[in-house]
Every structure is written in structure tokens, then in C-alpha cells.
Design a protein around this ligand. Structure first.
Ligand code: NAP
Length: 245
């Protein structure tokens, strides 16, 4: 028996990194997994082929409101309900504020924060009808304490925290939970962009003395998606090796 048996789970940005680890872990726990990606169709197809059953990949731009609506509509048409939504899709486009263009600001806010509005807004009615659901939004420790060169990213991730707490308050009485996860520095394509010196300086400040693995974050998602966290909503769970301590 898996912790997520019979749960219909929709995960944005599941083709790589943390999202891929969530897809694999949820599948192993018995969930029916639907994940989205923006452009890596080969990786998405390979993941579906590898897992074999109970996994569907859909190309959908999370930053586009209409596309998010169509995605939810299509998933509901096929599976009749969605038990768990993980707003995981995200990007970085780092630079110091003096150099940041309006386009760099808009793109990061649209993909990281507006996407969370897009998907949550459109999934709410089906979840309200079902009187149950768990929404998990991928924030970051950077959204809590900021980071030089990441004002756009940090703002988007801080926005996710305020959004998640507000939604938790709006719909807790209707059986729907909404939490945020704040990963620290996790080894994925996103952090591979950092040079070794920067990575080492982060590790020096992490009590557990290593970067996190995508599976560390996926484990936290299983907990928040499962019935083991029935009394937890409006929280920010840090998965950061103690970095924020
Ligand atoms: P990643 O390896 O770069 O993967 C990003 C995923 O998001 C990919 O599947 C990508 O799809 C998808 N994506 C990007 N833009 C999208 C869009 N507009 N619509 C739909 N999907 C889109 O990133 P990651 O490191 O796994 O990060 C996952 C989440 O965790 C992000 O929200 C990130 O901010 C957050 N996070 C990461 C870290 C870290 O250290 N890695 C720390 C804290 C928080 P394609 O493959 O098609 O591009």
C-alpha cells in the first residue's frame, strides 16, 4: 500500500529536477500522476516511458492563464477530480537590480508567481465541489530571507508564501489545505548554473553540510499530499538542511 494510493496528482514542471523527483516519488506511492512541462518534450516522454503506468505528461505553459484553465479542464474531463496540485514550475533570471530589465522582472514573476494564481484559481471550483484537496506551492528559502542578485526570484517566492497562507485561510473550512515548501539549495539544473566557489560558500552555511537532493523535497511533498498531514495548512515547510536556522 502506498501513501498516495488512488490520489490524482497534478504537478507543474515535472520534466526535470525537483518536479521529476516528485513525479517519481508520487508514482512509487501509488498516485496517478499528471505532470506538465514547458519545452522538454523528450525528457517528459522518457519519464513517462520509464514509469510505465499511471503517468501522463502534458505540455502547458503555467504562466498562461488560458492554458492553465485548459489543462485543469482536460485533467478533470479524464480523471473527474484532482486531489493534489503542486505548483512547482519555476525559473531564475538572476542579475543585480541596477541591471535588471523589466522583461527579466515580468518573466520571473509570471512563471513563478502568476502561475500559482493561474492554477489555483482554476482548480478551486473542482476541489470545492469535492470538499477536499491539497495544494502545495514551491517557494524557496530565498523568499524568506532574500538574496542579492535575485530580487525578481525572491519577490516571486515571497509572494507565494503570502498567497499560500491567504488561500489556506479562505478555504480551510471547505476541506482544502494549502501549504508552501521552501527548499534551500537543491542540486538541479537550476543550481548547476552556480560556480563551485559559490556552491561551497552555501554549503559552509548549511548545518547538514551538503546541498539538498531533489528527493529530499519530494519526500516533503509526499507528506503534505498524503492524509498524514490532514491538520496542516497555511504553513511553510523549509527543506534546507537547516540553512534558515
Ligand atoms: P529546474 O530543474 O530548472 O526545472 C524546472 C521545471 O519547471 C522544468 O520541468 C521546466 O520545464 C518547468 N517549467 C519552467 N517554466 C515553465 C512554464 N512556464 N510552464 C510549465 N513548466 C515550466 O528547476 P528546479 O530546480 O527543479 O526547481 C523546481 C522548483 O523549485 C522551482 O519553482 C524553483 O524555484 C524551486 N526551488 C528550487 C531550488 C533549487 O535549489 N533547485 C531551491 C528553492 C526552490 P522544461 O523542462 O520544459 O523547461
Amino acid at each position: 500500500m502506498g501513501l498516495l494510493d488512488n490520489k490524482i496528482c497534478l504537478i507543474t514542471g515535472g520534466s526535470r529536477g525537483i518536479g521529476e523527483a516528485i513525479v517519481r516519488r508520487f508514482h512509487a506511492e501509488g498516485a496517478e500522476v499528471i505532470f506538465t512541462y514547458r519545452s522538454s518534450s523528450e525528457k517528459a516522454d522518457a519519464l513517462v516511458a520509464d514509469l510505465g503506468s499511471r503517468t501522463t505528461a502534458m505540455q502547458s505553459d503555467a504562466s498562461n492563464f488560458e492554458a492553465a484553465g485548459k489543462l485543469i479542464e482536460d485533467v478533470i474531463a479524464k480523471y473527474e477530480r484532482i486531489d493534489v496540485l503542486i505548483n512547482n514550475a519555476g525559473i531564475t533570471d538572476d542579475t543585480l537590480m541596477l541591471r535588471m530589465s523589466e522583461d527579466q522582472w515580468d518573466r520571473v514573476i509570471d512563471v513563478n508567481l502568476k502561475s500559482v494564481f493561474n492554477l489555483t484559481k482554476q482548480i478551486l471550483r473542482p476541489m470545492l465541489r469535492a470538499r477536499s484537496g491539497s495544494i502545495i506551492n514551491m517557494s524557496s528559502v530565498v523568499g524568506v530571507f532574500g538574496n542579492a542578485g535575485q530580487a525578481n526570484y525572491a519577490a516571486s517566492k515571497a509572494g507565494i508564501i503570502g498567497f499560500s497562507k491567504s488561500i489556506a485561510k479562505e478555504i480551510g473550512s471547505r476541506g482544502i489545505r494549502c501549504n508552501a515548501i521552501a527548499p534551500g539549495f537543491i542540486s538541479t539544473d537550476m543550481t548547476d548554473e552556480l560556480d563551485e566557489k559559490t556552491k561551497q560558500s552555501y554549503i559552509d552555511n548549511i548545518p547538514i553540510k551538503r546541498l539538498g537532493e531533489a528527493t529530499d523535497v519530494a519526500d516533503g511533498c509526499v507528506f503534505l499530499a498524503s492524509d498524514m498531514s490532514q491538520y496542516i495548512t497555511g504553513q511553510v515547510i523549509s527543506i534546507c538542511g537547516g540553512l534558515n536556522t
